[in-house]
Design a protein around this ligand. Structure first.
Ligand code: HEC
Ligand code: HEC
Length: 358
């Protein structure tokens, strides 16, 4: 009996996953009956990870292995970092990307009226880039406890054992391509104050089914974050349609692509310097694209407009996405390789217009 009482005590004090290890030899029956009550399988994770170490700050040690959010000699994201995904990723020259967030205990993402999720002070966002098995960069956006934002990238060493904090950009020779690491200033060319610094943290991007590697369960990401206390509030914004989903509506896919890849600069007051408004929330007829004359020069020889119904080759929006000339190419930073699938999607979309939408 005494042993039993002890086991119950230990269990009450420990998070469930660790308690269950102790259960096996001591009190199998009791633990078994508890398990169903403890784990909600509609959630992707069994519990919110405790976080005492991965707290956002403006300090970035030279080596990633010395950063408090990473663990091990071969640094990997620590246990406090929760993986997440977005519906419409930014095109990054074909690199694979993994995303993670960590929040201080007892804090949560909050929902702004725009549907953006605001990172609380002390929060950390991580995006890891790789091509095949080669790790390229581990990027961080952090908010310190005063609420100030910071950005950093760590470039993986050629031997892939650690990564080094790099602020002034770099160019990495790969087998058949060159990978350009942005400078610290270039991070803020896209991650602007006006756009809310964090770009993918919004209802539209995060409302999806995500497969959580830790449990193998596929679960509603918003529901999981809310139930675990990582997200407070709600937004009724419609999710973006994944641009790569060929069964989905063409217009919705194209608008999702432009939202994720272009709207952080091309929206009112943005860095895009024109009138274009490519946010998914703006109806297509109000995007200032269709039959609009360019304000920033014309790369089309016989005269182009930003979007010519049915005619991608006369549509500057499409021409600038596929241009081989750096001075025309969009986006102007963050990518050097044309996104073939993304630009084909925009061409299909433009071809589908018979006239400007009313
Ligand atoms: C061309 C614009 C662009 C540049 C340059 C850029 N980013 Fe981003 N970044 C984005 C967009 C758009 C997202 C959201 C979509 C996604 O995750 O694919 C994002 C996502 C992120 C995220 C995940 C959190 C979030 O904001 O959604 C981190 C972390 C991040 N970027 C860090 C950096 C750092 C550090 C740099 C500079 C070294 C940088 N980025 C440069 C556009 C950019
Ligand atoms: C980092 C900010 C940034 C991003 C991201 C970006 N642009 Fe731009 N864009 C600019 C700036 C700055 C200009 C004006 C300078 C120039 O003409 O190059 C511009 C100009 C344009 C113009 C010309 C507008 C006119 O009236 O002449 C088009 C069209 C355009 N961008 C399309 C896109 C598309 C499509 C994407 C996404 C695939 C995109 N841009 C992503 C910053 C950006």
């Amino acid at each position: 009996m005494a042993e039993h009482a002890g086991a119950w005590y230990v269990e009450a004090m420990l998070p469930w996953s660790r308690a269950s290890l102790l259960c096996v030899p001591v009190a199998l029956a009791a633990c078994g009956s508890n398990e169903g009550a403890e784990v909600d399988t509609s959630l992707g994770l069994d519990e919110r990870p405790a976080n005492s170490s991965c707290i956002g700050s403006g300090e970035f040690p030279t080596k990633l292995s010395n950063h408090a959010c990473f663990e091990g000699d071969l640094p990997r994201v620590g246990a406090a970092l929760v993986p997440y995904s977005v519906n419409a990723p930014l095109w990054s020259d074909g690199a694979d990307k993994q995303r993670y967030l960590a929040l201080p205990d007892d804090s949560a993402l909050s929902v702004a009226r725009s549907g953006d999720f605001e990172l609380p002070p002390g929060g950390v966002l991580v995006k890891e880039f790789s091509l095949g098995d080669t790790r390229l960069e581990t990027r961080l956006i952090t908010r310190d406890t005063d609420g100030d934002w910071h950005a950093a990238t760590y470039v993986w060493d050629t031997n892939q054992r650690d990564a080094t904090h790099t602020t002034d950009g770099a160019s990495i020779e790969l087998d058949d391509a060159v990978w350009l690491v942005p400078t610290n200033d270039q991070c803020f060319a896209c991650h602007t104050e006006r756009a809310g610094i964090a770009l993918g943290l919004e209802q539209r991007q995060m409302a999806l089914e995500f497969e959580y590697p830790a449990t193998g369960r596929t679960a509603d990401q918003i529901h999981t974050l809310s139930e675990l206390g990582l997200l407070e509030g709600e937004s009724d914004d419609d999710p973006l349609v994944p641009p790569g989903d060929e069964d989905a509506d063409l217009e919705a896919r194209a608008r999702a692509y432009l939202h994720a890849n272009c709207a952080h600069c091309h929206s009112p007051g943005g860095e895009g310097q024109g009138e274009l408004d490519l946010r998914a929330s703006t109806p297509t007829r109000l995007t200032k694209t269709c039959n609009e004359l360019p304000q920033q020069g014309d790369p089309v020889e016989s005269g182009g407009v930003l979007l010519a119904p049915g005619d991608p080759a006369s549509s500057i929006l499409y021409v600038r996405m596929t241009s081989e000339e750096d001075s025309w190419r969009m986006p102007p930073v963050g990518s050097v390789v044309v996104d073939d699938l993304g630009s084909a999607l925009i061409a299909d979309w433009i071809e589908s217009f018979e006239s400007c939408p009313e």
